[in-house]
Design a protein around this ligand. Structure first.
Ligand code: EPU
Length: 420
């Protein structure tokens, strides 16, 4: 297994290009299952989860190929209805094929995703909403078995603005009979990107980006001839490099930074004292002075994203004063805290709240990555720590960050991989 070795090496400086968004690409690639004819995508990030999605598509009768430049061609042919456990267990987003398969085939059999490090993460809201559209579900031998004799438009009010649930329903409703209204829908930019992709293929969707989305079902979806769909830039990857620039007191230009979707991320960094300047080719970040701790609460979009909570915590471990971080989206997303403490951070955890008291210095240590964003926070901390940090289980990191070692090294960091 690979270990990531990071030597603290002073301020980062230079330019870092941001890749396509993982969390936009996953549902949009899965939406190939809804299309008649082949589908072209660009700006798809080369990540482990994307590889898993392409395998899943192939098993479901939609072979898809990706080149080194991030272009994908998917060819939906004989769509199959069973998403096997071997694939689903490595990637929870596989549950997103329930909606498309029910819409396309009237049948879906998708392994129930297990728990994961950041919480139980059930899919009950997806199922209840699909039931409202006329599907019925059974749990059989670890598989969610869904059937319908035709999905029908419905009025659905989500109890919580679930990202995956909204995406599943957007896909299902696009090919259903009649009109669906999603109330309390997720407003995340990745949801909007999926809606835009479906609209390019002929779907009739309005209101995405607000809490109420209306979808008028159509009988077929097809990407216009000669068209391709460009996946949006990754706002969480951009935020992670922002955190890395800030903790090392560096000067970094974040290229292709989706600034418009990052207001709630940029605000606390500015409040901490980082200087942010929007330029034509990206976001320029500089943080020459020691930053100050702030209070942060994770919320659904447009609030501060849970996917940036671990990284901003890492930055606060070295900032002046103290700050309170409240996690309201996942019940168990503080696995990075104990690892940061091993590096010398002062963090007190109580339920869903962490209080960070900034220290003068962190020290490199052997640490363990527990999930994707926790891994990212350890890398961020390690860049500013004295000495060497060895991060184990970095396969988590490769699920969500394209070429992270090369991108950091190009900014002057000292990062390498070793085999254990
Ligand atoms: N929830 C339920 N029942 C459901 C659905 C969700 O209880 O049926 C709960 C979840 O357990 C969680 C909360 O609602 O506590 C939010 O879940 P949501 O459905 O919004 O999240 P998701 O679709 O499972 C996506 C991202 C996550 C990101 C969250 C929140 C993808 C593939 N994943 O997950 O990304 O944290 O939205 O913004 O888009 C990551 O990239 O590291 C990551 C975990």
């Amino acid at each position: 297994m690979d270990i990531l070795i990071v030597e603290g090496n002073g301020p980062l400086s230079g330019t870092v290009p941001i890749s396509g968004s993982k969390n936009a690409a996953l549902p949009i690639l899965i939406a190939s299952l809804l299309m008649d004819g082949s589908v072209n995508y660009t700006n798809v990030p080369r990540l482990r989860d994307i590889g898993t999605t392409l395998k899943l598509l192939e098993v479901l009768g939609c072979p898809a190929e990706m080149d080194d430049a991030g272009n994908v061609i998917a060819n939906p042919c004989e769509i199959a209805y069973q998403a096997p456990y071997e694939l689903v267990r490595t990637m929870r987003a596989s549950a997103l094929c329930l909606g498309p398969l029910l819409a396309r085939l009237g049948r879906a059999s998708v392994a129930l995703p297990g728990g994961c490090a950041i919480g139980a993460r059930p899919v009950d809201m997806h199922l209840t909403a699909l039931e409202k559209m006329g599907a019925t579900f059974n749990l059989d031998a670890g598989y969610i078995e869904g059937v319908t004799d035709g999905l029908k438009g419905a009025h659905i009010a989500f109890p919580f603005p679930t990202v995956g649930g909204t995406e599943n329903l957007l896909m299902a409703a696009s090919l259903a009979e009649g009109t669906t209204i999603l109330e309390n829908a997720a407003r995340e930019p990745e949801v909007c990107d999926l809606a835009e992709f479906l609209i390019q293929g002929g779907a009739k969707i309005t209101g995405h980006g607000t809490s109420e989305i209306t979808i008028e079902g159509v009988s077929e979806l097809r990407q216009p001839k000669g068209a391709s769909y460009r996946i949006m830039s990754d706002r969480i990857e951009a935020g992670t490099y922002l955190a890395a620039a800030c903790i090392t007191r560096g000067e970094v230009l974040i290229q292709n930074c989706p600034v418009d979707s990052m207001e709630a991320v940029l605000a606390p960094f500015e409040e901490m004292g980082a200087k942010l300047e929007e330029r034509e080719d990206g976001l320029f970040v500089s943080a020459a002075d020691r930053l100050k701790c702030v209070d942060v609460k994770t919320l659904p979009y447009p609030g501060f994203p849970t996917d940036m909570q671990a990284q901003i915590m890492a930055v606060m471990t070295l900032a002046e004063g103290s700050g309170v971080i409240e996690e309201t989206i996942f019940e168990n997303r503080f696995m990075h805290v104990q690892e940061l403490v091993r590096m010398g951070a002062r963090i007190k955890l109580s339920g869903r709240t962490a209080v960070v008291r900034g220290v003068e210095a962190l020290t490199g240590a052997p640490v363990m990555a527990s999930d994707l964003r926790a891994s990212a926070s350890l890398v961020v901390a390690a860049l500013a720590a004295h000495g060497v940090t060895a991060i184990r289980r970095i396969y988590h990191l490769d699920r969500g960050y394209e070429n992270i070692d090369a991108k950091l090294n190009a900014l002057g960091a000292k990062v390498r991989r070793e085999q254990e």
